[in-house]
Design a protein around this ligand. Sequence first.
Ligand SMILES: [Zn+2]
Ligand SMILES: [Zn+2]
Length: 367
Amino acid sequence: MQPTLQQKSELKKSCSNCGAELLYAPGTTELKCDYCDHRQKILTPENGYDELDLKSYLDSMGSQSHSEVITILSCKNCGANQHIEENYKSLHCVYCNSPLIIKDAKKEEWILPGAVLPFQIDQKKAFQIFAKWVDKLWWAPNKLKKATLDPQNTKGLYVPFWTFDAQLFATYTGQRGDYYYISVPYTTTVNGKAVTRFRQERRTRWTPASGNISGFVDDTLIKASLQKTGVIPKKISHWNLNALQPFDSSYLAGFVTEKYTITLKEGHLEANKEANRIADRWARRDIGGDTQRISSLDMTLSEETFKHILLPVFVSAYTFKGKRYNFFVNGQTGELSGKRPYSFWKIFLFVLSIILMIVVIVLLVNS
Ligand SMILES: [Zn+2]
Ligand SMILES: [Zn+2]
């Protein structure tokens, strides 16, 4: 590995004014010094970001100029691979809060991210969203409210994804179904007499169909993290990818970056399945009618390219009575999703007070 490549994502950015570490300021395209407030613009390359040719990567993984070596700390508890910038103080797993041991750090090769979606909201704002949510929770243990009051529990994480582009072509055979209605007679009894009535029933007329479809499949987003214990909920997994920036490690300064644990090859298999679903949808639209049957679908993808991208999420991990709870806030939209514990005693006391109230009312009525 060439040293110049190694530096790409590990390069420390220091303040030209006071020498302190610069951190990315969410919602801007600037690095900011927390000590003297000096700001430095992150320069965006004019040629945008690269889509990499998929085939050459799959054929010769690792020997590409878009790979480099980074320092990775792997969590022994949940298996998440995280790349922690040196300026990141707390060495705890973002997902499960287990301590990470710095001497376990190992150098690993990775495909450089092609693009990054910078955080739009900062840690303070994410923490406010958490705190507001926790405050509104019914029957949550008091200790939970206390724990979430510690902003240290809320961390910004760049989550790895693969995206794939391809030119899709497919031939299909199947049937087109058109609905029609017929009157079906039936017998019923009116005033003791048997009478014949009609009701409408739906039928489908099937005609053979075949043809071909083609089009561009853009930005199929495939999760690249195998993480099982703290899976990011679907509810908040929507990002506007138009805001992607060409990769610059400046955007990572002050945040944790997770290294993909689903390989490009595995990600590509998932993308193929998605492309098949898209081809099926396109074929059905092409066939038309009210309903369709597809008996064969032969799909080929060409001009396949991919990107490794990083998307922003705030994670808060909290252990309560031996059970782990994760809360997530989308780092772009501020949407929240989380699992919550219930307080047995709060529910118990609430039920008890209702029973007491009923008893009192019954006694009052009887006296
Ligand atoms: Zn400074
Ligand atoms: Zn962990």
